[in-house]
Design a protein around this ligand. Sequence first.
Ligand code: MTE
Length: 319
Amino acid sequence: MIRQKAMLIRAASAIPSSEITNPALYADRRRFLLASAAGALAGGLGLPAIAAPRGEALADVRKSAWTVEEKLTPYESATTYNNFYEFGPDKDDPAKQAHRLKVRPWSVVVEGEVAKPRTFAIEDILKLAPLEERVYRFRCVEGWSMVVPWIGFSLSELARRVEPTSNAKFVEFISLADREQMPYVRVPLLDWPYSEGLRIDEAMHPLTLLAVGLYGEVLPKQNGAPLRLIVPWKYGFKSAKSIVKIRFVREMPRSAWMKSAPQEYGFYSNVNPEVPHPRWSQAQERRLGEFGKRKTLPFNGYAEQVAALYAGMDLRKNY
Ligand code: MTE
């Protein structure tokens, strides 16, 4: 249970004491402590605690070569055991609360160091490139993992439409932060909006996926509809959900987690079994829905594809 809230507890303790009497936050903390043992047990195993209604099917999806031959995590686990703190701190909060999210109309501003800044309607993004199904491993920094057939296309497909300039060294991804739709954006758990960043070569790597679906269907709201990032060789928090802005920038951006707990969450956050989190080992992981643990692989098993991006870098310092 403590482990389950691993990311958040640190973030909450970073909140200035002047804000701790905030009643919403106080109530939230009480909820942390009072969460039922049954819920914690089911949730802790990644077994579905609540039923997940199926979504609309996506048409014309082709299989991608960027796929791993591994047993898929059950749909119910991947869509009911989530981290999406804008909807609450518990693993089942997103599946229960994200129905509040309005995913149409939706647009994504793409700006910064680009020759052709543009605001894309989600309908245009869906038509930018052929949709591919890619089965990826996905490893959360908290020590759980899953194998999910995501649907989307490489982020580089979108990037080339806006023509990044040679000044674009990093890319920043910014999620929606709307207090009306997302109840926990009123609570200072993180410095909203949720934001993440990649180095430009990481962003342009073909594995970096702009996802619009999973398991043959439109992305469920709790998984970051209508558009999220998936960076399979990095810890899951790098994969920002419900993105509204993508900025090409000169300087390394500071992500929401770097701001809340810089000693725990670095910019790179590549999956690395040899570098423990300051509060737990990263050597092993547990697949959602399974008992027992398996070894965590360097770069989450994608070393062959991405290790060269970090040639000559000390990955202990650049965690
Ligand atoms: N994006 C936003 N906007 N808000 C979040 O809380 N959580 C991150 C990431 N993206 C998060 C987010 C974390 S910690 C993880 S592990 C993954 O989303 C979880 O994705 P999933 O719920 O689809 O498994």
